[in-house]
Structure formats: structure tokens, C-alpha cells
Design a protein around this ligand. Sequence first.
Ligand SMILES: NC(=O)CCC(=O)C(=O)O
Length: 259
Amino acid sequence: MRASLVQFDVDPFEPVAARRERAAGLVRSLGDSDLVVLPELWPVGAFAFESFTTEAEPLDGPTAEVMAAAARDAGVWLHAGSIVERAADGALFNTSLVFSPDGALVRTYRKIHRFGFDKGEAVLMSAGTDPVTVPHPKATLGLATCYDLRFPELFRALVDAGSRLFVVPAGWPERRREHWTLLARARAVENQSYVLACGTAGTHAGVEQAGHSIVVGPWGEVLAEAGPDEEVLTVDLDPARVDMVREEFPALKDRVLGR
Ligand SMILES: NC(=O)CCC(=O)C(=O)O
């Protein structure tokens, strides 16, 4: 299973429409991948709070339209990162979009844990409530977004729902890069699952992004890691390794709480 993580540079001086087309061009160039992943809130910037309302869009808005066409043209499963979704009642959500190779929007995931404590996303956005998995033909995917990485109970719920590979789009700041790497590896080890964590490059809204997208195997090993700048990180994975690790070291079977 070939996965490509597009560590996209959110340049505040690039118009959003141009950024969408640039992202679509990158997706179209990755037609040999089984899964392409974009980061969190790349159309607007995860920390560009003042633009959340103006750039909010419905699930059939411009980002979904451009990404559906890119997935179809490339013939790939596409986790198109997340958008600021404006729901029918006007509420905003940080919503991930997943397309199948025919360009159909097959799953959406509204970020459950909002970042910012009493500011930013935490006050501007509403919280999702439901863990979401995706029936990718090579492995069931479990969806999480950025700050969700700090909440292991979400990942356990995704494992219980059959996930073998977690996909985590993010806009993680450089200031907490150590946490990013450590948490990605922790979620992989404790759940004996792959973690594909796709971050953002560049600086927007004055927040330097960590980059360093990372792919971790079910034994906790780092299989690939990007640098700080815009980059496509491509890695070949073997979903059968998840079964091998779970059989060889069946720690998940020893769970006592929360079953
Ligand atoms: N966009 C986010 O969720 C940022 C999360 C973050 O900065 C952190 O958990 O640290």
C-alpha cells in the first residue's frame, strides 16, 4: 500500500483559490499512490482564526469540488485534509473530507477535540461527536485531526471499530514539535497500528509550522519523516504487519478497562 503525505505550505500571501488548484495539481501527480493525504485546514490555515468565518464552506463547496475532481483524475483515495465547514444551521466545524477514486465524498469527520482552550478554534468551531472509520480496500482507516492526537481514548475507539491505520492531518506548530513526534509514535505503539500524520509547512498567522510529517509503523518505528518545508512524503506500507505485530505481542487482548 503506497501512501503519500502532502506536507503543504500554507502561504498567507497565496490566494485561497490558487492554493486549491496547487493542491489539486499535487494530488494529480500522485496517481501511483493508494492513498494521498493533505493537512488540516490547508485552504485557510489552522491558526488563521480571523479568516475562519469568511472562508467557511459547505460540504459541497469549492474545496470539495476541486478535491473530488483531483481524486477522480488521479484515481486515488484522497484524504483531502480538513476545511472550515459551515453547517446548515451556520455552525462551523473543522471537517475532514475523504474521497474514493471515483471522486465520491465517502466520509467526513468533524474534529472532536478543538484546540485553543478559551480562544481560537475552541470558541469559533463546534465539536464533532463521532469517531469515523473509512473502508479503504487495503486497510480500514481511523480518522483523527491534529490536537486529537493528545487523546488516546479516541484512537482506542477507532481500534475497536476496526482501524489498522490512523490518518492524522495537522497544523502543528514548530514550538511543540517534540510532542508531535512522541504522540504519533505513542498512538502507533499502544494501538499496534500505522500512524500517518501529515503536517503543514511554512508560517501563517505568525505561527511557524513544524512540518516533519511522519509515518510510524505498528511496532512504533519511524518509517519516514519529512523536513520542515513543503514536501511529498511517500512510503510503502504492509497492512499485514498490523496482524503480525498484534499476534506476536498481543497486548491489546490484555485490556481490562474500557472494553
Ligand atoms: N490545530 C491544532 O489542533 C493544534 C494542536 C496543537 O498545537 C497541540 O496540540 O499542541
